[in-house]
Write a protein that binds this ligand. Structure first.
Ligand code: SAH
Length: 214
């Protein structure tokens, strides 16, 4: 049952206030979060907690990212309408929905079959249509649709995968949490063919970006 109520809307407004207090300033990102029914992206056991600013378990031992993390990463991408954005780690599809709400063309990749199947069916039911959803290894990016204006990685990467850098347009932005135990949020802006500018932000905690399929 895909039900969204006034009560959920009220909780979303509170969540948006929380995110604004924590430093999220991009009005478009906050608006997207105020509209998207996060509770529908979660297992029913966690529904009541959907508007807390926390990560929660989803299928296949994965997590739906904390709203602050989603907002932070999205804000750093500086998404504009019609840009093509690659997401690594579709998971629940919540981050995907945020990117689609910003009117970008979203390509998303997931390596867990169960999640891939579930989310590919679920997103269109809510009216969110990525340009492509692929069951594949995010370490390789998505060469068929490259180059991208933005790439967002939603799992912790031990290193920055080279293919992601080469699939960025000049001027394109990659936001990726780098590290094993904890991750340093890293923004890479491609300034030229071989010129990559790097910015680092605080520590975050993600499930790992896994290399070999299981
Ligand atoms: N954006 C998601 C976050 C899910 S957690 C959400 O908000 O729900 C990270 C996701 O990355 C998991 O679903 C995990 O299966 C996926 N993942 C991990 N390693 C991957 C890889 N190498 N390629 C693609 N996806 C990967």
């Amino acid at each position: 049952m895909l039900k969204d109520t006034l009560k959920h809307q009220g909780l979303r407004n509170q969540l948006v206030n929380t995110l604004a207090k924590k430093g999220i300033t991009d009005a478009k990102v906050l608006k997207a979060i105020s509209k998207i029914p996060r509770h529908l992206f979660m297992d029913s056991g966690f529904e009541n907690f959907a508007y807390q600013d926390k990560a929660f378990p989803i299928a296949a031992n994965q997590t739906i990212s904390q709203p602050y993390t989603v907002a932070f990463q999205t804000q750093k991408l500086e998404v504009k309408a019609n840009q093509s954005i690659l997401e690594i780690g579709t998971g629940s599809g919540y981050q995907t929905a945020v990117l689609i709400s910003l009117k970008s063309k979203v390509y998303t990749v997931e390596r867990q079959k169960e999640l891939f199947k579930k989310t590919s069916l679920f997103l269109p039911k809510l009216g969110y249509r990525p340009k492509a959803m692929r069951f594949s290894d995010g370490y390789l990016g998505l060469p068929d649709f490259a180059p991208f204006d933005g790439i967002i990685v939603t799992a912790g990467a031990p290193v920055i995968p080279k293919p992601l850098l080469s699939q960025l347009k000049i001027g394109g932005r990659l936001i990726i949490p780098v590290g094993t135990d904890v991750q340093v949020m890293t923004l890479v802006i491609r300034r030229g063919e071989k010129d990559f500018e790097k910015h680092i932000f605080g520590d975050f905690k993600f499930v790992p970006l896994l290399e070999d399929k299981n």
